[in-house]
Write a protein of this length. Structure first.
Length: 379
C-alpha cells in the first residue's frame, strides 16, 4: 500500500484535470472510436482471429493504440518543462541579453517564452496545443511529434479495415438494375457465418469511423509535416516567426547584417538528434543550447530585444474595415474564414469598423495582436 501511494502523488492527481478539457476529450474520443470499430470489424466481419493473418492484424491494431496513447499521455503529462521560478544566468552580465518575466519573477532563458495559458515560462516553447491541453516544448517535443506520426499511420490501417469490411460484406448484396439499386442488409454470405450480422447500424458506425480516420489522417498528417520541417531546421514555430521578422528588419533598414539562426547545426541529422535520442530524453538541460560556429550564445535573444525596440517590426498597425464579433468560428464571414480559423484558445478581439490594432505576429489568414483603445491604453 505504501508503494502504491508513493507512485500516485497529489501532484499527479492534479495533472489529471488536463483531461477535463474539450481538446483531450475529442482527441481521446476519436482514438477510442477508430480503434474499437477497427477491432470489432476485423474480428466479426473481415479478418477473424482463427486465421493467422487475422491474429497478426489484431495485434497490430492493439500496438497502434498502445503506442498512440503512450506518446499522447507523455506529451500531455510530462509537459514541455518550465524555466525555474526566479531563474537567472550564472554570469550576472548575461542578464543584459535576456528579457525579464514579471509573472515568473525570472529571466527568460534562451528559446523560452511565457505561455499565458500555462502561466509559466516554457523551455523551447513551440506552441500551446489545445489537443493535449499543454504546451509543446523542450521535454515533450519528441513525444508530441511521434504522436503526430503514429496517429495517421494507425488511422490508415483502421481505414483499410473499414473499407475492406464494407466491401466484403456488401459485395454479394448489391443487385444492379437498369433503374434501381437494391441493397440487401441480410446476414453476410461467408463461411463460417459471422456471429453478429453486418446490419444497417454496423454499416453506419463503420462509415462514421471511416470518416473520422480519413479526417484525422489528413489533419494530423499535415501537423506532422509542419513539425518535422521545423525540427530538421532545429527551430520552433515561434523562432521561425522571429527569424522572419529579423530578415524583414534587415531588409527595411538596408543593413549589411545577415541573420544566421544560431541553433541550426548545419546538418538535418544533427538537428534531428537534438529532439530524438535513443534514451528518449532530449539533449541538454533546456536552459543552455549548443550553437553553430560563429554565433553568440544569445544571438536570438539579442535579435528579440532589437525587434522589441523597433516598433515598426514588432507591431504593424492595421485599420479595421469590417465589424467582427470576436466569435471563435465566425459563420457570418463565409465558409473560407470558418475553415481557416486557427486552432488556439487565445481570445478573439471584438472589433468595430474604424478601430486600430497592433499586429505582433501573423498566420496566413489571421493576425495576433492588440487593440488600440486610445493613445495610452492597449487591450
Amino acid at each position: 500500500m505504501g508503494t502504491f501511494c508513493s507512485v500516485i502523488k497529489f501532484e499527479n492527481l492534479q495533472e489529471l484535470k488536463r483531461l477535463c478539457h474539450w481538446g483531450p476529450i475529442i482527441a481521446l474520443g476519436v482514438i477510442a472510436i477508430c480503434s474499437t470499430m477497427a477491432m470489432i470489424d476485423s474480428v466479426l466481419w473481415y479478418w477473424p482471429l482463427h486465421t493467422t493473418g487475422g491474429s497478426v492484424n489484431f495485434i497490430m491494431l492493439i500496438n497502434w493504440t498502445v503506442l498512440i496513447l503512450y506518446n499522447y499521455f507523455n506529451a500531455m503529462f510530462v509537459g514541455p518543462g518550465f524555466v525555474p521560478l526566479g531563474w537567472k544566468p550564472e554570469n550576472s552580465q548575461d542578464t543584459m541579453y535576456l528579457q525579464y518575466c514579471k509573472v515568473c519573477q525570472a529571466y527568460k532563458a534562451p528559446r523560452s517564452h511565457h505561455c499565458r495559458k500555462c502561466n509559466r515560462c516554457v523551455m523551447k516553447m513551440d506552441h500551446h496545443c489545445p489537443w493535449i491541453n499543454n504546451c509543446c516544448g523542450y521535454q515533450n517535443h519528441a513525444s508530441f511529434t511521434l504522436f503526430l506520426l503514429l496517429a495517421p499511420l494507425g488511422c490508415i490501417h483502421a481505414a483499410f479495415i473499414f473499407v475492406m469490411t464494407m466491401y466484403t460484406q456488401l459485395y454479394n448484396r448489391l443487385s444492379f438494375g437498369w433503374n434501381t439499386v437494391r441493397i440487401d442488409m441480410s446476414a453476410a454470405r461467408r463461411d463460417p457465418v459471422p456471429i453478429v450480422p453486418f446490419g444497417l447500424a454496423a454499416f453506419a458506425a463503420t462509415l462514421f469511423a471511416l470518416g473520422l480516420a480519413l479526417g484525422t489522417t489528413i489533419a494530423v498528417g499535415m501537423l506532422f509535416f509542419i513539425q518535422m520541417k521545423i525540427i530538421l531546421r532545429n527551430k520552433t514555430s515561434i523562432e521561425s516567426w522571429i527569424e522572419e521578422k529579423a530578415k524583414d528588419r534587415i531588409h527595411y533598414y538596408q543593413l549589411d547584417d545577415v541573420f544566421v539562426f544560431p541553433y541550426d547545426m548545419g546538418s538535418r541529422w544533427r538537428n534531428f538528434k537534438q529532439v530524438f535520442t535513443w534514451s528518449g530524453a532530449p539533449e541538454g538541460d533546456g536552459l543552455e543550447w549548443p550553437i553553430r560556429e560563429g554565433c553568440h550564445q544569445y544571438s536570438l535573444t539579442i535579435e528579440q530585444l532589437k525587434q522589441k525596440a523597433d516598433k515598426r517590426v514588432r507591431s504593424v498597425r492595421y485599420k479595421v474595415i469590417e465589424d467582427y464579433s470576436g466569435s471563435c468560428c465566425p459563420l457570418n464571414k463565409g465558409i473560407k474564414t470558418f475553415f481557416t480559423s486557427p486552432c488556439t484558445e487565445e481570445p478573439r478581439i471584438q472589433l468595430q469598423k474604424g478601430e486600430f490594432i497592433l499586429a505582433t505576429r501573423g498566420l496566413r489568414y489571421w493576425l495576433y495582436g492588440d487593440k488600440i483603445l486610445d493613445d495610452s491604453f492597449i487591450e
